[in-house]
Design a protein around this ligand. Structure first.
Ligand SMILES: [Zn+2]
Length: 80
């Protein structure tokens, strides 16, 4: 069983429809990453909700900056 990257709780196994819904939600919440190319850590619903409170408190400009930073970190990691 996979675990939440934040709190290490066991994650429930997702149904097919739940995973589709998550992808749709991701596209809405992270419009700067329509291809879902950013590195993603799997987290539980509780941690996700806490994260989204933080995420939604950001201004659009701050979100773009944060996404850009995440992408750069990812690229740097890939290059080693
Ligand atoms: Zn969690």
């Amino acid at each position: 069983m996979s675990k939440c990257a934040t709190c290490q709780d066991d994650l429930p196994k997702m149904t097919f429809w739940e995973s589709i819904r998550n992808i749709a939600e991701y596209r809405i919440n992270f419009p700067n990453d329509p291809e879902m190319k950013f590195p993603m850590e799997i987290i539980c619903d509780d941690c996700y909700e806490r994260y989204m409170v933080y995420h939604n408190s950001l201004t659009p400009a701050e979100r773009i900056e944060l996404d850009k930073q995440a992408k750069e970190d990812f690229e740097n990691e890939k290059r080693g």
